[in-house]
Write a protein that binds this ligand. Structure first.
Ligand SMILES: Nc1ncnc2c1ncn2[C@@H]1O[C@H](COP(=O)(O)OP(=O)(O)O)[C@@H](O)[C@H]1O
Ligand SMILES: [Mg+2]
Length: 317
């Protein structure tokens, strides 16, 4: 198979749209995922995540615009794309009465992996997802977390370059979720590009290097996870610790027009800026000018979850 030139992104959608009857599920989506990204695809229920992933997985055709996977159009070159991707749907049937190895061997055969090679391939993917010890077990006897990891093993069987994982951590307990995330990080180290969707932002916050946030089928943010906080936050605040009396410091800061609000929290003050584009330089000026010693001054790290909840508030269908 011809390998596309390295400069092509793993995924590129251009004005991608999809409607179901009169319902517009995706509108003008322009998304770029670079090779090697562990990319978070974030949105509340009904935002259009599954629709987008199904289009990339060639299961659903766009009603407008285009989508390319590693330079191949998902409609015109669907066969090529299918070999490049591993798609794990949000719900997939489990073959409860099948043994783990039997199941993976079956999918290996579907991808036409020669039988002589399949045994090793199956062993390799089982090791990757940490299920070697369960190779002879019945699928129905595995925990939910293990079944989910088996699902991941299944989409790895043909060694795809791009993984499309639709809410793979949903319904998992915290421990199983952490195990799943560790496997995804390992896969990224092995050179895979991974798109993982979720409606729970905090589970992607430390995992992904880049993300897109969609709401009602429209992109509202795309870029580094860190940048989402700065770009989407509509307030900016600083935490201050002073050497002297907190009340005196509070009065000094409250008198400044740059401060919208000053709150006391135990031994610290939280200063919310009047202008979110401003900076906290005035805080040190005001305090030092008023004879206070500044022991600590740092910007409030607004949690991504908080930003997300605010941005998507009331938008769920
Ligand atoms: N097969 C379908 N027929 C009609 N509407 C659908 C269908 N699939 C999804 N939708 C609608 O499209 C929108 C996006 O759905 P989906 O892509 O599943 O979002 P998400 O995965 O982010 O929850 C929702 O409003 C959903 O109800
Ligand atoms: Mg979905």
């Amino acid at each position: 198979m011809s390998t596309p030139p390295p400069e092509q992104p793993a995924v590129q959608t251009t004005d991608l749209g999809r409607s179901y009857g009169t319902m517009q599920a995706l509108t003008g989506l322009n998304l770029t995922v670079n090779r090697g990204d562990l990319f978070g695809f974030i949105g509340s229920n009904g935002a259009g995540k599954t629709t987008t992933l199904r289009i990339l997985a060639t299961f659903l055709t766009p009603t407008s615009g285009t989508a390319e996977v590693l330079g191949h159009d998902v409609v015109r070159h669907a066969d090529r794309v299918r070999h490049l991707i591993g798609y794990m749907p949000d719900f997939f049937g489990v073959y409860k009465d099948m043994e783990v190895t039997e199941y993976l061997d079956f999918f290996g055969a579907c991808y036409k992996i020669p039988s002589a090679q399949r045994e090793k391939t199956v062993a390799d993917v089982l090791e990757l997802v940490g299920l070697t010890e369960k190779q002879g077990a019945l699928i129905g006897a595995l925990s939910r977390g293990m079944q989910q990891r088996l699902g991941l093993a299944r989409v790895l069987i043909h060694d795809p370059q791009l993984l499309l994982l639709d809410e793979p951590a949903s319904g998992l307990d915290p421990r199983a979720r952490i195990e799943m995330m560790a496997i995804l990080q390992e896969l990224q180290r092995l050179g895979k590009t991974i798109i993982i969707s979720s409606h729970i932002l905090s589970e992607l916050q430390t995992l992904c290097n880049r993300c897109a946030i969609i709401e009602k089928g429209r992109l509202i943010y795309s870029g580094p996870i860190r940048g989402a906080q700065t770009q989407l936050a509509d307030t900016r605040a600083y935490w201050v610790k002073v050497g002297g009396a907190l009340t005196a410091a509070r009065d000094l800061l409250a008198a400044r027009p740059e401060a919208a609000r000053v709150e006391s929290h135990e031994d610290r003050l939280k200063v919310v800026l009047a202008n979110p584009d401003g900076d906290g330089g005035f805080i040190a000026d005001a305090l030092v000018g008023g004879g206070q010693r500044v022991l600590e001054l740092r910007e409030d790290e607004l949690g991504l979850e908080e930003v997300f909840l605010r941005v998507t508030k009331g938008e769920t269908q």
